[in-house]
Ligand binder design. Structure first.
Ligand code: ZN
Length: 441
């Protein structure tokens, strides 16, 4: 069974719509690195997959970091002299600098101004700002609105709390035949931002549902944690599990219509790096491969020297480079159902590739077997050349040293053609597998 074929056959025409609808349903939640927004998000994921939720108390040391106090917020506003809310958290949660300390005061514009943030280059957008590790407070607003503020007194209120609590993350583990794990990780800490956050959550959740209940070669672990401190917390609490991660992917910014980007693991030539390159090549989608760099998302933690895991990062548009990034323009109009569905297909193709990436040996390695006699040499049909070539490549390279992906890479043929040829040759008794494969029967 080929997972990608199955997805295509069973794919509800509405897969993209489903992914989009899930992202839309959790878009309004005011998330942060701790607090009720994270719990509500995990609860929404839990409605789809049986997540295991962990709470790490404030003050706990996680490697060089300390779990901060928990932040929650119920309301925030700036009122003008007429008592009207001119900046209102209820209208958009980006209006408040995330992790702002509570404040309730009346002050002149001159004192308020250092606490106001806008984007002069995009005067209609609200920026996304945080102050996780420095106690401060602030509001974000459109530059147009900032410029329209008149001198005078303003009532400023941020009804937030910073108190001992927990940092929360969720994970879901699907056991396979091998205890070697494939990790999918998605950050869950951004408030109402669609591409940078919700797209990854939606696709990771779908993938977990899709793989759940299957007989699999690898075990799969899905981690939904707040960025940086959440990944660090998970790693600090799961050092043994981390050792079993043989391949992993951080999913983020996978819902916009930009071309795909895959950022390689720190190793640069790990199985995941080669598999993603091949999957993207075979997909026919536009893509770029990026070398590892120690900035970006949680691959930074997974690829830190003590772990050095084979974990890359899949994106469409690259964080920090698209103008909607970390602004109110990264909203539900910026992500598209079709783009989400294509990203989901790439992830399924990756799993398919990892699951099927086995090595074979020739039953009789001396010279080529006579394929015509076995009806294995196609002389007509549109795919005959590819099918014949794929069989010849496999028959030549199946000495136990080359996996199917090695053969796909070396031949330049699509992985699906190599998979199909391997299945045919195996059924004809010409090959036997080294190790187990689940998709060749
Ligand atoms: Zn971000």
């Amino acid at each position: 069974m080929n997972l990608l074929e199955e997805l295509s056959r069973n794919e509800p025409s509405c897969l993209g719509q489903e992914l989009y609808a899930f992202a839309a349903s959790i878009y309004p939640i005011c998330r942060s690195i701790t607090g009720d927004g994270i719990r509500a998000t995990l609860a929404a994921i839990q409605n789809r997959i049986p997540l295991n939720v962990s709470d790490i108390p404030s003050g706990t040391a996680v490697f060089d970091w300390t779990i901060p106090r928990e932040w929650n917020i119920s309301d925030a506003y700036i009122k003008n002299a007429g008592g009207n809310r001119i900046v209102d958290f209820r209208e958009h949660n980006l209006h408040v600098v995330n992790y702002s300390t509570p404040v309730h005061a009346v002050m002149p514009l001159s004192k308020l101004r250092p606490h106001l943030f806008s984007l002069p280059a995009f005067p209609d957008r609200i920026p996304y700002r945080t102050t996780y590790y420095e106690e401060n407070w602030g509001f974000c607003l459109s530059h147009r609105q900032l410029q329209s503020l008149e001198e005078g007194e303003y009532e400023v209120c941020i009804d937030s709390s910073l108190a001992d609590g927990t940092l929360t993350y969720g994970e879901y583990y699907i056991p396979g035949n091998s205890s070697d794990e494939v990790l999918f990780s998605s950050h869950i800490c951004h408030p109402s931002l669609a591409n940078d956050n919700l797209s990854g959550i939606a696709i990771a959740t779908f993938l977990a549902q899709f793989l759940s209940g299957r007989t699999l070669r690898y075990s799969y672990r899905f981690v939904f944690a707040p960025g940086t401190i959440g990944a660090i917390s998970w790693l600090a609490s799961n050092r043994d599990a981390a050792k079993r991660i043989c391949n992993g992917l951080v999913l983020t910014c996978v819902g916009d219509e930009g071309p795909f980007h895959y950022k390689k693991s720190r190793r640069g030539n790990a199985q995941i790096d080669r598999a993603m390159a091949r999957v993207l090549r075979d997909s026919g989608e536009e893509f770029t491969l990026l070398d590892f760099a120690p900035y970006g998302y949680d691959e930074r933690q997974f690829c830190s020297p003590g772990f050095n895991l084979s974990v890359g990062c899949l994106m469409r548009s690259v964080w920090g480079t698209f103008p909607e990034y970390h602004t109110s323009a990264d909203d539900l109009s910026f992500i598209q159902p079709l783009a989400l569905a294509k990203s989901a297909r790439i992830c399924v193709a990756l799993v398919d590739s990892l699951e099927s990436d086995v090595r074979y040996v020739r039953q009789n390695p001396y010279c080529e077997p006579q394929l015509g006699r076995r009806n294995l040499y196609d002389s007509s049909g549109p795919d005959a050349r590819t099918a014949n070539l794929a069989r010849l490549w496999i028959l030549n390279l199946s000495d136990g040293d080359y996996s199917l992906s090695d053969i796909a890479e070396r031949s330049g043929l699509p992985f699906s053609a190599i998979q199909e040829a391997a299945r045919t040759l195996r059924l004809a008794g010409l090959l036997s597998p080294v190790g187990a494969s689940l998709h060749d029967d």
